[in-house]
Design a protein around this ligand. Structure first.
Ligand SMILES: [Zn+2]
Length: 134
C-alpha cells in the first residue's frame, strides 16, 4: 500500500514507518466498525435486582437505551433473569443478548422491523423520519 500525505498545498509519499502506522490505524478503525456492527445485530435485556438501578434506567426510553448500548434493542426488567443470561456480578445484574429482529438499516446499521425498502436499500422508520425532516 502506497500512502501520500497532503498538506500545505503539496504532497509527499509516506515513509515505510509512517505507512505502517497508518495501516495499523486502519486496522483499528476496521475493528471498531466490526464491533459496532456486531452490537447493532443484537438486542439486550438487562435484568436488574437493585431498586436504585431500576429507578435510574427506567427514566430512559428504549430509543435512548439503544443509543447508549449501540444495539438494535435494549430492555430493562426487574423480573428474574431467564436461564442462559450472563451474570457478571452475582445478584446485581444479568444480561441476555439475542439477535435483533428485522432488517439492517443502511443508514444507521441498526436492525428494525419497521421501515421501508427503497432503491438504495432498507431504511428504518427512525432514519426515514430524520431524512424527511432535512
Ligand atoms: Zn436507521
Amino acid at each position: 500500500m502506497r500512502a501520500y500525505l497532503q498538506a500545505n498545498g503539496g504532497s509527499r509519499r509516506l515513509t515505510d514507518e509512517e505507512t505502517e502506522v497508518c495501516t495499523a490505524d486502519m486496522t483499528g478503525l476496521q475493528i471498531i466498525l466490526i464491533i459496532i456492527e456486531i452490537f447493532a445485530k443484537a438486542k439486550i435485556y438487562l435484568f436488574l435486582f437493585c431498586r436504585r438501578q431500576i429507578i435510574i434506567l427506567a427514566k430512559f426510553t428504549e430509543e435512548e437505551l439503544k443509543a447508549v448500548f449501540i444495539t438494535s434493542g435494549a430492555f430493562v426488567s426487574s423480573e428474574t433473569a431467564p436461564e442462559g443470561a450472563y451474570v457478571p456480578e452475582e445478584g446485581k445484574i444479568a444480561v441476555l443478548v439475542e439477535n435483533a429482529d428485522g432488517e439492517r438499516c443502511d443508514r444507521c446499521w441498526c436492525y428494525s422491523t419497521e421501515g421501508e425498502k427503497t432503491e438504495e436499500g432498507f431504511i428504518c422508520a427512525r432514519c426515514k423520519k430524520i431524512l424527511e425532516s432535512l
